[in-house]
Design a protein around this ligand. Structure first.
Ligand SMILES: NC(=O)NC(NC(N)=O)C(=O)[O-]
Ligand SMILES: [Zn+2]
Ligand SMILES: [Zn+2]
Length: 456
């Protein structure tokens, strides 16, 4: 089976159908799942990609990826980001409105971004718009143009061209979004000056951690829950790091707030206690917290109080990580992991009683639902896109620079041994990746979410 070719049938002893793993043959037609046969001896009038007992499941939908193109293509870009995604079994990414220049905060800027992305995507790519002070009249045109929803920051975003919003800006934005079915994502940290301590040795992780205490997330999430209840606009908390606000989130959802929340692979895999001095590749905002907090995140995930797990792939050029000084205060906040989300999650989750069906729910179906792609992505059933990840959950591998397809190889996961090796990735039936090799041409599509879905 040629890389880049359209696969008509996939046979495996282990296909994840609903919550069950069983033998099946998947027939693909026009890039969609056409039929699924449980009888794998069925006579199929076409070439079959037989993957023996590798697991076949819906491709990962990573709804939190900073591609940073145009304007900061030196940080990542669509070509390298989507190849890394394909190598990791990620068949759809949703690009964040920042750190590209210009940011996706106007209709014109969105057109610029789409022009830049055209012909460079190896997996399907959708887009978040951005809410910044004063751009409320751009929101409906952006929705009409097909963004999946919107992202805003309640604290400095790290880049000047994407300022954070005030409560007044949020009210103006909410009025535009009310009744549209769209969704507003929040970077939920707020400056609570009286508690955040700035002093201490900048090369010690603990100094940085003390500067971003849990209360900054809790107070920001309090604001989000109040807005969500008042305006009844779908709201989503990105990259929850602290377990402290979980009770606030739960109470708001019980009171009828259309509110969802994600955490990231780094909060579930890495702990503050293990971060060496000067290792600024571990810096992200909100910060990686201690092991006790991590255990509470896992418990919340298990209990269904956290809805999904994403990468928050936020790369930069290596110099911005200030490794020579190891200065956590000055370094860029952002962690690179887009290619490794599936094995990162599975390596821990498989030891905590999570099943493969939980992986699909948390990394694919719920993220597809958030980005309003769940009518075509995140499920192995006739009519859905034939986006498949074919992988061996039992095989282990070590993360080495030579195997990293992100533009820059700096990641806190270097040297880590993980469980779960991606063998092949299909995007709408096309074989885009297999055993370290990529299809010669980028075959991913730019996904525009039709406004009528916004009316939900
Ligand atoms: N401008 C960014 O890319 N920020 C990101 N940086 C992180 N997470 O450290 C984020 O998601 O907030
Ligand atoms: Zn953020
Ligand atoms: Zn982010």
């Amino acid at each position: 089976m040629e890389l880049g070719s359209m696969v008509s049938a996939v046979r495996s002893q282990r296909v994840l159908l609903g919550d069950e793993i069983r033998p099946a043959v998947i027939l693909i037609k026009d890039g969609k799942i056409h039929q699924i046969h449980s009888d794998i001896s069925v006579d199929v009038p076409c070439e079959v990609l037989d993957v023996a007992d590798s697991v076949v499941m819906p491709g990962i939908v990573d709804s939190h990826v900073h591609v940073n193109e145009p304007g900061r293509t030196s940080w990542e870009g669509f070509w390298t980001a989507t190849r890394a995604a394909a190598a990791g079994g990620v068949t759809t990414i949703v690009d964040m409105p920042l750190n590209s220049i210009p940011p996706t905060t106007t209709l014109g800027n969105f057109h610029d971004k789409m022009q830049e992305a055209t012909g460079k995507c190896f997996v399907d790519t959708a887009f978040w718009g951005g809410v910044i002070p004063g751009n409320q009249l751009e929101l409906r045109p952006l929705m009409e143009a097909g963004v999946a929803g919107f992202k805003c920051f309640l604290i400095h975003s790290g880049v000047e061209e994407f300022p954070h919003v005030t409560d007044c800006d949020l009210h103006a934005a909410m009025q535009q979004l009310q009744g549209t079915g769209s969704v507003l994502l929040f970077h939920a940290e707020r400056d609570v000056q009286q508690t955040a301590e700035e002093d201490g040795d900048p090369s010690q992780y603990s100094t940085f951690l003390r500067s971003r205490p849990d209360v900054m997330e809790t107070e920001a999430i309090r604001t989000v829950t109040e807005l969500c209840l008042e305006f009844q606009v779908r709201c989503h908390i990105v990259h929850l790091s602290s377990a402290e606000p979980l009770k606030l989130i739960q109470a708001a959802r019980q009171a009828g707030a259309p509110l969802t929340v994600e955490t990231t692979h780094h909060y579930l895999t890495l702990c503050a206690e293990d971060i060496p001095a000067g290792a600024t590749q571990f810096k992200c905002c909100p910060p990686i917290r201690g092991s006790a907090n991590q255990e509470q995140l896992w418990s919340a995930l298990k209990a269904g109080h956290i809805d999904m797990v994403v990468s928050d792939h936020s790369p930069c050029t290596p110099d911005l990580k200030k490794l020579e000084r190891g200065d956590f205060t000055e370094a860029w906040g952002g962690i690179s992991s887009l290619q490794f989300g599936l094995p990162l999650f599975w390596s821990s989750a498989s030891k905590r009683g999570f099943q493969l069906s939980d992986v699909v729910r948390l990394l694919s179906r719920n993220t597809a639902q958030l980005s309003r792609l769940d009518n075509q992505k995140g499920c192995l059933a006739p009519g859905y896109d034939a986006d498949l990840v074919i992988w061996d959950p039992e095989r282990t591998f070590e993360i080495k620079e030579g195997g990293i397809h992100h533009k820059h190889k700096l990641t806190p996961y270097l040297g880590l041994s993980l469980q779960g090796v991606v063998c092949a990735t299909l995007v709408r039936g096309q074989l885009v990746y297999r055993e370290g090799c990529f299809c010669p041409e980028p075959l991913g599509k730019l996904l525009l979410i039709p406004p009528e879905r916004s009316q939900k």
